[in-house]
Design a protein around this ligand. Structure first.
Ligand code: CAA
Length: 240
């Protein structure tokens, strides 16, 4: 059976590497993006992977978008909730908008997307969901109360949904990437990033492909006994 897989934030960074890794093993992949159409079109031209545009923070957009994909490609059996943003700043300077945008995009999206696919997965008695958390949701990070709260929420969300899905053939797991060589991490000021990298025992940033490989493992059909887990992929920076 061909798996239909949705990867949110799937045209850039970790998401793009994951979309490609799943396509390479024969999955029908649809990558969701929010804003950068030029980049998404380039990604599709290079990889042959379909990209669809909507805001995963919008509940109705997720419901409608998933329905459209299922009408075109068939039932979704794999969902990777990867879309995420940062709006870093210390709490005493953070605006309400920067708090809410990160909570809605990084955490709200997991509910919105899971809600759109979960009934179908339950009916078909099969599903694989991977939510992309973060080392900073496990350990906290100066300047990231919004991001750490959202990512920490993802870890709790994952364990709760895993319990609900276990009897219906659905596994729900989280990946907790460390600092990975993506645009998001590149936006951290150089002097701060240098100090962070100095604390990674492996001595370097991770690669998006290293996260993608871990996700590919968790969504495989024979990973059915792994659910509610968090796989930390962080070069030893935080052993949790
Ligand atoms: N611990 C303790 N103190 C710290 C600190 C830390 N980690 N980082 C900075 N400070 C201190 C500074 O030394 C400074 O102190 P002094 O005024 O006494 O010198 C004070 O806090 C102010 O620091 P900044 O000048 O950095 O303050 P700012 O308002 O200009 O910037 C910030 C704050 C934007 C949060 C900046 O520190 C920053 O960008 N930090 C990096 C945050 C980060 O790691 N983001 C990760 C993005 S990637 C990602 O999130 C992906 C993933 O999942 C891993």
């Amino acid at each position: 059976m061909t798996h239909v897989a949705i990867v949110t934030g799937g045209t850039r960074g970790i998401g793009a590497a994951t979309s490609t890794a799943l396509k390479d093993i024969g999955y029908e992949v649809i990558a969701i993006y929010r804003g950068d159409t030029e980049r998404a079109e380039k990604f599709t031209a290079e990889t042959g992977i379909e990209a669809r545009q909507w805001d995963v923070a919008d509940f109705d957009a997720c419901r409608e978008g998933v329905a459209q994909i299922e009408a075109e490609f068939g039932p979704v059996s794999v969902l990777i909730n990867n879309a995420g943003i940062t709006r870093d700043g210390t709490a005493h300077k953070m605006s309400e908008d920067n708090w809410q945008a990160v909570i809605d995009t990084n955490l709200g999206s997991c509910f919105n997307m899971c809600r759109a696919v979960i009934e179908g997965m339950r009916a078909r008695k099969y599903g694989r969901i991977v939510n992309v958390g973060s080392i900073n949701g496990q350990a906290g990070q100066y300047g990231q109360v919004n991001y750490a709260a959202a990512k920490s929420g993802i870890h709790g969300f994952t364990k709760a949904l895993a319990q609900e899905g276990a009897g219906a053939g659905i596994t729900v797991n989280a990946i907790a990437p460390g600092y990975i060589d993506t645009d998001m991490v590149a936006s951290v000021p150089d002097d701060i990033l240098e100090k962070i990298v100095a604390k990674i025992p492996v001595g370097r940033l991770g690669k998006a492909s290293e996260i993608a490989r871990s996700i590919k493992f968790l969504v495989s059909e024979n990973a059915g006994f792994i659910t509610g887990s968090t796989l930390s992929v962080n070069g030893g920076q935080h052993m949790y």
